[in-house]
Ligand binder design. Structure first.
Ligand SMILES: Cc1cc2nc3c(=O)[nH]c(=O)nc-3n(C[C@H](O)[C@H](O)[C@H](O)COP(=O)(O)OP(=O)(O)OC[C@H]3O[C@@H](n4cnc5c(N)ncnc54)[C@H](O)[C@@H]3O)c2cc1C
Length: 380
């Protein structure tokens, strides 16, 4: 098979086929049920782990383009809740353990997460601090060999099922701003941790929840990296997070366009197929052109990330363009499906509702524009 871009080899495409076979056999048939039950069952996590799909980012024989292929394929399943849950677990939360976790933390949390035995979540956002995370308030107060966590996190993916949270907390209590933030791994079974599901419009199997820490004692050995480095770690990790969000959205766009192409070829109006109408053909031509442009942006961001660069502008561009495009594509595809597209359970209706979340999660579009302008307008 011809690789999907200059950055991919036949080996990456063979990996794509393997991933697609696993997802088609074991995931796609179950997604509607998982969406209804609002979580991914544990055996499914183990199955993904058994097939090596939860540790692609950390496997020595895989590179970032294997991750890109995996993320695109997760996106192509057409359920944003599923792809977000796996993306958070396999990349956004566990990244900090892999990059800065002690050998003890990697053995206790990262290894079982890769195996699908433990489910991971990233707890940064709070009810009063989202984009402006230097304003976060959850506190971690020193108490001998422990810190005591107090406060609330909100909109946490995998929130009720997670076995552990990577939590951003303020260790420099009293000192406002980024300098006092540190990262900790917290067992969800720790006394004082409570979770409350948050009802979202879509992304149901992403299991979104509020997480409350009421005097939770966390061993100081559960700190990731050094004290006060949390903000810097997050700023670094957010480049990966934005790339992941962009690659997942890319797959989602493809699945939406695939479903629409099939519909247009089979739906008959005025004595012909919908796909014969020129205005419809042109609409699809434009969307496929934009998809190709988005793919170039995302694959280029992957290449820059793989060079160990910190490509803030490129990751932000990829995230901004792809997640905004997903909204436009879903909107246009819903229109092209007519009333059938608006029926509950229709893939395009779901894509329409789900696409909106991705322009906010992992940082809103406005923040992406600020970051891009910071490099393109102020520097250079
Ligand atoms: C489905 C979903 C899943 C999520 N999962 C997680 C998770 O697993 N872990 C986690 O920690 N967080 C998670 N989040 C939270 C996400 O990271 C935040 O939504 C995001 O950081 C934005 O914060 P906020 O929603 O509080 O918006 P706010 O910071 O309150 O901003 C509100 C709006 O103001 C505008 N705005 C903000 N900043 C600027 C600016 N600088 N310039 C101009 N306009 C601006 C934007 O329109 C923005 O949408 C999730 C969110 C969603 C929707």
């Amino acid at each position: 098979m011809t690789p999907a871009s200059v950055h991919l080899t036949p080996g990456h495409e063979a990996f794509r086929s393997e991933v697609r076979a696993v997802l088609d056999a074991h995931v796609v048939p179950c997604l509607a049920e998982w969406e209804r039950s609002r979580c991914i069952p544990r055996p499914a996590w183990r199955l993904l782990g058994k097939h090596g799909l939860l540790g692609v980012g950390y496997a020595p024989d895989r590179d970032l383009f294997h991750s890109l292929v995996l993320l695109e394929e997760l996106g192509r399943t057409g359920y944003a809740g599923f792809r977000a849950a796996v993306g958070v677990h396999a990349y956004m939360a566990t990244h900090y353990l892999a990059k800065s976790g002690s050998p003890f933390l990697r053995a206790r949390y990262l290894a079982p997460a890769v195996a699908g035995e433990k489910i991971a979540a990233l707890a940064v956002t709070e009810p009063d601090a989202g984009s402006d995370l230097a304003g976060l308030a959850v506190s971690a107060t020193a108490a001998g060999e422990h810190v005591v966590l107090r406060g609330v996190k909100s909109m946490i993916t995998n929130g009720t099922t997670a076995d552990f949270f990577v939590v951003a907390a303020r260790t420099g209590v009293g000192s406002a701003g980024p300098a006092g933030i540190s990262l900790f791994v917290v067992d969800s079974a720790s006394p004082g941790v409570s979770v409350r599901p948050q009802e979202t419009v879509g992304w149901h199997c992403a299991d979104t929840a509020e997480v409350r820490f009421s005097d939770v004692r966390v061993p100081t050995g559960n700190m990731i990296g050094r004290v006060g480095t949390g903000f810097r770690q997050l700023m670094h990790g957010f480049q990966l997070e934005r790339f992941v969000a962009a690659a997942l959205a890319l797959g989602g766009i493809e699945s939406c366009l695939d479903a629409t192409r099939t519909h247009l070829r089979t739906r008959h109006v005025f004595g012909g197929r919908l796909s014969d109408l020129q205005s419809v053909r042109h609409a699809m031509a434009e969307l496929f052109t934009e998809l190709a442009a988005a793919r170039h942006l995302v694959h280029d961001a992957a290449w820059r990330l793989s060079q160990d660069d910190l490509p803030a502008a490129e990751c932000s561009m990829a995230k901004l363009y792809t997640t905004e495009l997903a909204c436009r594509v879903a909107d246009r595809c819903l229109q092209l499906h007519g009333a059938n597209g608006y029926l509950a359970g229709s893939a395009v209706a779901r894509a329409h509702a789900e696409a909106r979340a991705a322009t906010m999660a992992a940082g809103p579009s406005e923040v992406m524009r600020d970051l891009i302008a910071g490099e393109m307008v102020d520097l250079g």
